[in-house]
Write a protein that binds this ligand. Structure first.
Ligand SMILES: Cc1ncc(COP(=O)(O)O)c(C=O)c1O
Length: 287
């Protein structure tokens, strides 16, 4: 037993008892969207940003938003408060609903709404001290990566390739330019500047995207979003990886070779310290 209480279509029930019909379009077509919201000391971090992205994803796939903001706030706080973990992450999924199998949108169906809290177990200190390793692969996904879609087969295959290579993440390139990781965004440090791929349909704009920009500004690190060639990634002084559940990690190995000095670098250390302050785990710097 997991002791997790989840939300499903208006009810709170044990995870093991939550069921959806096999004709749910999430199961049949991967027709749905999701969100992952980190929670620190009982407080959701950047929830408004996550909610805005959830609404954007729904609008982009033509699923009518089943709740107003107050309704979403309520679901989030109820699933959170039913668990004791101070640090959690809440997974929210909305599918188009249950209907006879036919590709086109069915009329008059109610979206399926599911939410589940889990303990947020952050990467251990040793992983930050050492840095993580990544592999690279061509980006073979579709062209709407800006939608946080539950259709994740391309991402699943990329992550599996990383696991089989003994690496933490697989970072992808489309036409020779950086897109993102299977479940993360990648940041490149060159000449003390922090670079990221443009906000477009080729990546999922992480909620850490805007945050990285703010943290870079706070740390006095020049920040730029632009197309980044594969050679620039391999010639980087530092690589950083960001996601809701990994925060900001230093990448020290890429395709088996060292990144820069092969050790976590000064830009990562400043940004990570700022991230901890932003999540309320360290006192803000005075002045
Ligand atoms: C494909 C992809 N890109 C980027 C991210 C990072 O997004 P966020 O910072 O909102 O966690 C994720 C997160 O899971 C992801 O799945």
């Amino acid at each position: 037993m997991s002791n997790q209480t989840v939300y499903l279509n208006g009810e709170y029930l044990p995870l093991e008892e939550a069921r959806v019909p096999v004709l749910d379009r999430g199961f049949i077509f991967g027709d749905g969207i999701y969100e992952v919201v980190p929670v620190y000391a009982g407080v959701p971090f950047r929830w408004r940003h996550h909610l805005a992205r959830l609404k954007r994803s729904l609008a982009k796939v033509g699923i009518v938003n089943p709740h107003d903001d107050a309704g979403w706030d309520h679901i989030l706080s109820e699933v959170m408060r039913r668990h004791d973990w101070p640090d959690q992450f809440v997974y929210i999924q909305v599918t188009r609903g249950v209907a006879r199998r036919d590709h086109a949108f069915p009329a008059g169906v109610t979206p399926t709404v599911f939410a589940m809290a889990s303990e947020l177990v952050l990467p251990p200190e040793s992983a930050r001290a050492q840095g993580i390793s990544i592999i690279t692969a061509p980006d073979e996904r579709w062209l709407h990566c800006d939608i946080k879609s539950i259709s994740l087969l391309g991402n699943v295959l990329a992550r599996q390739a990383a696991v089989e290579a003994g690496a933490s993440e697989c970072v992808m390139f489309r036409d020779g330019f950086l897109t993102e990781g299977s479940a993360s965004n990648l940041w490149v440090v060159r000449d003390a500047r922090l670079l990221g791929a443009p906000r477009d349909h080729l990546i999922l704009e992480g909620i850490r995207y805007g945050l990285m920009e703010e943290l870079a500004q706070e740390c006095g690190i020049p920040f730029e979003l632009r197309r980044i060639a594969r050679e620039e990634v391999f010639a980087a002084d530092e690589l950083l990886l960001s996601s809701a559940t990994k925060e900001v990690m230093p990448v020290t190995t890429i395709d088996g070779g060292p990144v820069g000095s092969g050790k976590p670098g000064p830009v990562w250390s400043k940004i990570y310290a700022a991230y901890r302050r932003a999540t309320g785990r360290d006192a803000p710097v005075a002045g």
